[in-house]
Design a protein around this ligand. Structure first.
Ligand code: SAM
Length: 331
């Protein structure tokens, strides 16, 4: 593609995501779940404006995300419906809702760059709806990505795994299904643990996955994170911390392992240039907007931290499409 065309495509590249996320947020996909409907029927059911609903639905048809019948009614596309509808194991509706909430923050990037500070959050923090969309959004992603972890990392000899910042427990659920001897502890903030408890119960794994409310920044290192683990899994955590805080957290993670235990870090790792892969470089912008000191780190930076905590046998693994794994043993 020539440079001018590329810039022209990039400049409007946010339009379709905004249409998609708004349609999910307003419940347009769910409104088509049982049968095809006209724009007027959808608008009537959801108390929206018919003309506007029709224009938005047509944009989704143009992108092949919905179908339009000959009589003008709109229908779900069978190949996309499992992902767009809110329920079901394949759904990505919660992570779309999380991204809908992020839109309002990304639009403030200019102010973030001026001030060097993230977009302020309300005193009261995330609303319960926003917290649930974030945590269940992590579930939508982890359900699939942890399948790839399970295919790449053999945990069959592990008995006890600490899922540090384990959020909804989705990774622990997938790992327990793959490795029948495994028991997991999902460690997360007190306001998040009830969501994990629900998810673990719904998966029928309450006998193998327990939860531990706490703060991984202030708890530990002498026991509050627990100890004697065969594996500590640190998935999508370090990018929200400074490099110094990452060092402290990984020190606690190593302390929680048995000698010979396995540390598994999953994140968006950068090459030493810090400009590739593109997704990791762009994710650093998301952390700039959302956190005081978070960013994407290079493989080398995190490997140096692991070595400083006596980690040995460090291995890098690509985790397509965008993540990576760093594995290390406690000496
Ligand atoms: C980006 S999510 C990752 C969730 C999960 N590990 C995954 O990969 O899907 C970050 C998680 O860290 C948790 N978290 C953030 N700060 C924390 C803290 N200080 N102590 C414990 N958990 C924390 C969040 O509640 C959230 O569940």
């Amino acid at each position: 593609m020539d440079p001018r065309t590329r810039i022209e495509e990039l400049k409007g590249g946010y339009w379709m995501p905004v249409v998609l996320l708004t349609a999910g947020h307003l419940g347009l996909f769910a409104a088509l779940k049982d049968r095809p409907r006209s724009a007027a029927e959808v608008a009537g059911e959801l108390a929206l404006a018919t003309r506007a609903v029709e224009i938005v639905l047509l944009a989704l048809v143009a992108e092949d995300l919905l179908l339009q019948r000959e009589d003008g009614r709109f229908a779900l596309h069978p190949e996309y419906a499992p992902y767009l509808l809110p329920d079901g194991d394949e759904s990505v509706a919660s992570i779309m809702e999380h991204h809908y909430h992020l839109l309002g923050r990304w639009i403030q990037l200019a102010e973030v760059v001026r001030s060097g500070k993230p977009v302020p959050r309300p005193e009261s923090g995330r609303s319960p709806e926003q917290l649930r969309a974030f945590i269940c959004g992590m579930r939508d992603i982890a359900r699939r990505s942890t399948e790839t972890v399970a295919a790449q990392v053999d945990l069959s000899s592990c008995r006890r795994l600490l899922d540090l910042g384990g959020g909804p427990g989705a990774s622990s659920i997938v790992l327990c299904r793959h490795f029948p001897r495994l028991h997991c502890v999902v460690f997360d903030l007190p306001e998040v643990v009830p969501i994990a408890v629900e998810e673990i119960a719904a998966a029928g794994l309450s006998d193998r996955i327990t939860t531990q409310p706490g703060d991984y920044l202030t708890d530990g290192p002498d026991g509050d994170l627990g100890d004697g683990f065969d594996c500590v899994f640190v998935s999508n955590i370090i990018h929200s911390l400074s490099l110094a805080a990452t060092g402290r957290l990984l020190g606690k993670a190593m302390a929680a392992l048995k000698p010979g235990g396995l540390l598994v870090i999953k994140d968006f790792f950068l090459a030493d240039s810090r400009a590739e892969p593109a997704w990791a470089a762009l994710f650093a912008v998301n952390m700039l907007i959302g956190t005081d000191e978070g960013m994407s780190y290079t493989w080398s930076e995190i490997e140096a931290i692991i070595r400083s905590h006596n980690g040995t046998g460090i291995e890098r693994r690509e985790l397509p499409p965008a993540s990576g794994l760093l594995l290390a043993r406690k000496a």
